[in-house]
Design a protein. Structure first.
Lengths: 317, 582
């Protein structure tokens, strides 16, 4: 691959991702409306798709307000962290054969590291706002994400055992005959649940839980800084969906259609699932979520690891 | 011997005959005057010593008697404090009145006897400047702390134009802001203990979870609620004061807005009291029309509660489905009344118009449509395991606690007590209908939800019976005091013409006396306690609303739970801010 090609891939991925994240605003609102017997945004442009543009413009023209009581620099940095870390995570995802920014041999670990870093944006944002709601949201976010980080990492280890590699292109290649969602169903379920908690989407939107904490950790944010959190959330959804596709559903693999389209279709299906979850489930309480994680998911995922390891050893003889 | 005489005999035996002076009222509630030093022992006796005790403190209100036109030989002096107690076992109210003399008199507090006396006494203090000795925290409750004067005293102006223009100077704004600051010490709260620094979290007045302008200050240890102080009054519009200068007829639209989800049900509570005073007996058709609309509004109110309750717990979709169905009910209400949330449609002695052609088709469609939907919603919300995890075992109170705090309505029935004023003290012809009283046993958030959902089914049954058995006849009583007055004889008879003219221009003149109604409103027992001194407007109109005592109980039932649970509790209590503040 030439340098120019590489640059084009980077720019292309960035362009597509940002557009998907923005487009998801529209998709989510339309889909929620569909499921809730409403119309949703349907005025600006065909099917209301220009609402994305209108929303972005609105955010740009909002007063860029930094509360006088906030810790200015941390307050500004926090929203950038979430977007930065999530975008960096996409570096390792193989969208199709040869369309990958950097096929690292520690791909999975890199992904886990980046998603761990994303917690800083919530904690710092909540802390720097110097607002009690934000602080409570930040606190909840920290403990929730740290807890679910553990299961997320462990749930992927089964796949790593079966593949023998952390490299995502190897993982995709290993699924030529059978997707890992069949070999690792428990891993899939735990990974996806942890993914929802990581992206703090309903039902696990406890750090922001609107009806309790107003807007949680980003209560004080407005304008484009709020927009960054917003985009970060949609990028997060896309990331978890893309990772689920890559690790458990064969990535770009599939008959007839070009690989990138397969990847896109599968990822989109999971994004839809995220939105459907939001439309249907209530939110558990903070301590219930933690209990659920430590008392149910952790033993489950450890058991999964044990059984996978045993079977892998048995097959190899 | 009627039951009310028995309790009088008991009391006279205990405290002596001369302690009590009997007053006859048109609502047949035993009304006794006593002196202020007897208040505490008599109420204590009624609550704990007599057989079949009066264990519910229903209401406390004050009356400024200084402008009253006719006192009719009653011992009322400058002010009167009126206590309403209720006995479930006797199914009877008792009204105790204390006459007070002087510009700013005082009397002993009964907070030590009834827990819910606290807010009622604060309200009387706030409105009249009457002090209750021994009250733990006698402070303004509805008006701002910085308010000058006591609004329900007759010398306090009722209209903004009598006060002069309001200007918010910078200094005044600062002062008002400072007055809003919460000082934990005033409430006997500590800022820290040896092992914890408490956080004081201000929920409201603007907060997505409070459903209106309510402020609750939480004392938090981490996320656990140590104590809570609700601050109400942001929605106070002086509905009681307005009653004193509106005519008996023109006050009806104001009642619509008290429990704004209850619509015409508020009209009914008010009109039942007016009709008792005026001695109007309404025709059966009026009764059934009123019942039908009230039950439609009950369904509506419960639908709003159901949707927003689910939303408070993070379930985003149900509220949309339920508001869509609520719209269907509004279609019926709009066809019948012309209005939607505040139709202002009941009149003294009847309703505004007869039912329109085709109303039965609309109602029948809804009766056929709604039960299926209700099953769907029950499956969607009540059977959801996350919903159960958030509501079961949260915000529990026992039956004794519920009565002690003055809880009525679904909140009482969720403790396993099948008390429904529609069944036990039927009004407006509810005795003609066949329906059940849903109850649940645990008294937690989930049970309160279950009771309300089942109530919607029962309301639908009542609506269906109204539909099938709507009596023929007039939609208005044939009585000179009905509004608008009947016109049919005015062209033959000069006396009728004069009465009609006066009734239309002044409004009806209701005979002197006092009466209290009591209905099972959407949220609990709602009453209007009206005093007439024979004028074109009420001398005093007291509104007893269910949400007021329910909100008073919130700190008690939320201690020890978390912030997230507070939202479940607030949702399950189902209050309306206008219903608390009036």
């Amino acid at each position: 691959m030439t340098v120019m090609q590489h640059i084009w891939i980077v720019l292309g991925v960035l362009f597509v991702l940002l557009n998907i994240a923005a487009g998801l605003i529209w998709v989510e609102r339309r889909m929620l409306a569909l499921w809730q017997d409403r119309l949703g945004p349907n005025r600006a442009g065909p099917f209301g798709i220009l609402i994305v543009l209108a929303d972005t413009l609105k955010l740009f023209f909002k007063e860029d307000w930094i509360p006088p009581f906030a810790d200015k620099w941390i307050f500004i940095t926090a929203p950038a962290i979430v977007v930065g870390t999530v975008l960096l995570s996409f570096v390792i995802i193989p969208f199709a054969p040869n369309i990958v920014v950097a096929d690292l041999n520690i791909g999975l670990l890199f992904f886990l590291a980046m998603s761990s870093l994303a917690v800083y944006s919530i904690v710092l944002g909540g802390w720097a706002s110097n607002n009690k709601y934000a602080l409570l949201g930040g606190m909840r976010g920290a403990s929730q994400m740290i807890a679910y980080e553990v299961f997320m990492g462990l749930s992927l280890m089964g796949v790593v055992m079966l593949t023998g590699s952390f490299k995502l292109s190897d993982i995709v290649a290993a699924q030529k005959d059978m997707w890992f969602c069949i070999k690792q169903p428990v891993g899939l379920v735990v990974f996806f649940i942890a993914g929802i908690a990581e992206t703090h989407r309903l039902p696990f939107d406890i750090p922001e839980s609107e009806s309790e904490l107003v807007a949680g950790y980003h209560s004080e944010y407005s304008g484009m800084k709020f927009g960054m959190f917003f985009i970060g959330e949609y990028l997060g959804i896309t990331l978890i969906s893309a990772m689920t596709t890559t690790i458990f559903f064969g990535g770009w693999l599939g008959p007839f259609l070009p690989p990138w389209l397969w990847f896109f279709i599968k990822t989109f299906a999971f994004i839809m699932f995220f939105i459907l979850l939001r439309a249907s489930l209530p939110r558990p309480r903070y301590d219930q979520l933690m209990e659920y994680g430590w008392k149910l998911l952790l033993p489950l995922v450890l058991l999964n690891l044990l059984i996978t390891g045993a079977i892998a050893l048995w097959i190899r003889g | 011997m009627p039951a009310s005489d028995l309790i009088l005999q008991d009391l006279q035996q205990c405290f002596g005959v001369e302690t009590f002076q009997l007053q006859n009222t048109v609502d047949d509630i035993l009304t006794l005057w006593l002196s202020k030093n007897k208040v505490v022992p008599v109420i204590d006796n009624l609550k704990s010593s007599v057989s079949q005790p009066f264990n519910l403190l229903y209401d406390i209100c004050g009356i400024d008697e200084r402008d009253k036109a006719k006192k009719n030989g009653l011992p009322s002096k400058d002010f009167t404090i009126v206590y309403h107690l209720f006995s479930f076992e006797r199914n009877a109210f008792i009204r105790l009145k204390v006459g007070l003399e002087g510009e700013y008199p005082s009397l002993p507090s009964i907070c030590s006897i009834f827990k819910n006396a606290n807010w009622y006494e604060r309200e009387v203090f706030d409105m009249f400047g009457i002090r209750f000795e021994g009250h733990p925290h006698l402070q303004r409750i509805l008006m701002p702390l910085s308010w000058k004067g006591y609004p329900l005293r007759k010398e306090h102006p009722a209209r903004a134009t009598e006060i002069g223009p309001f200007k918010l100077y910078d200094e005044l704004q600062d002062r008002e802001q400072d007055a809003l600051e919460f000082k934990p010490e005033e409430w006997g709260m500590q800022r820290e203990t040896d092992d914890a620094d408490f956080m004081f979290l201000n929920i409201g007045p603007q907060h997505p979870g409070t459903h209106g302008v309510l402020r609750i200050v939480l004392q938090l240890d981490g996320e656990d609620i140590v104590d809570a102080v609700p601050e109400i009054g942001f929605h106070h519009r002086g509905a009681e004061k307005m009653g004193e200068r509106q005519s008996w007829h023109t006050y009806i639209p104001y009642t619509d807005r008290v429990d704004y989800l209850g619509g015409v049900m508020n009209n009914l509570a008010y009109l039942l009291a007016v009709e008792k005073l005026a001695g109007i007996e309404v025709p059966d058709r009026v009764k059934v029309i009123r019942v039908m609309l009230c039950e439609l509004f009950r369904i509506n109110s419960h639908l709003v509660w159901f949707g927003t309750f689910a939303q408070d717990l993070g379930q985003l979709s149900p509220v949309f489905y339920m508001f869509t169905d609520r719209e269907k009910v509004f279609d019926i209400i709009e066809a019948v009344c012309g209005g939607r949330m505040h139709p202002n449609w009941f009149r003294i002695g009847g309703v505004a118009q007869d039912l329109p052609n085709g109303w039965d088709g609309l109602v029948r469609d809804f009766v056929n449509y709604f039960p299926k939907k209700l099953v769907e919603y029950t499956n969607m919300v009540l059977r959801n395991s996350l919903f159960k995890a958030r509501t079961k075992g949260i915000g529990i109170y026992t039956l004794e606690e519920a009565i002690e705090w003055g809880v009525t309505g679904p909140g009482l029935r969720a403790c396993g007590f099948d008390w429904d004023f529609r069944k036990k003290r039927p009004y407006s012809g509810y005795d003609m209908f066949d329906f059940d009283i849903p109850v649940a046993q645990n008294g937690d958030c989930f049970d309160r939800a279950v009771v309300r959902v089942e109530e919607m089914r029962q309301s639908l049954r009542i609506v269906e019976q109204c539909l099938n058995n709507m009596p023929e006849g007039s939609y208005k009583a044939d009585h000179p005091l009905t509004t608008p007055p009947l016109k049919k004889h005015t062209m033959q008879d000069i006396e009728t013409l004069i009465t009609h003219f006066l009734s239309v221009s002044w409004g009806p003149v209701i005979p002197p006396g006092e009466a209290m109604s009591c209905i099972e409103a959407t949220k609990g027992a709602n009453s209007y306690y009206l005093t007439s001194d024979g004028n074109t407007s009420p001398y005093r109109s007291r509104i007893r609303t269910p949400s007021f005592p329910h909100m008073q109980m919130v700190p008690y039932i939320s201690k020890g739970y978390t912030v997230a649970d507070l939202l479940s509790i607030l949702g399950s209590v189902d209050y309306v801010l206008a219903d608390i503040d009036r």
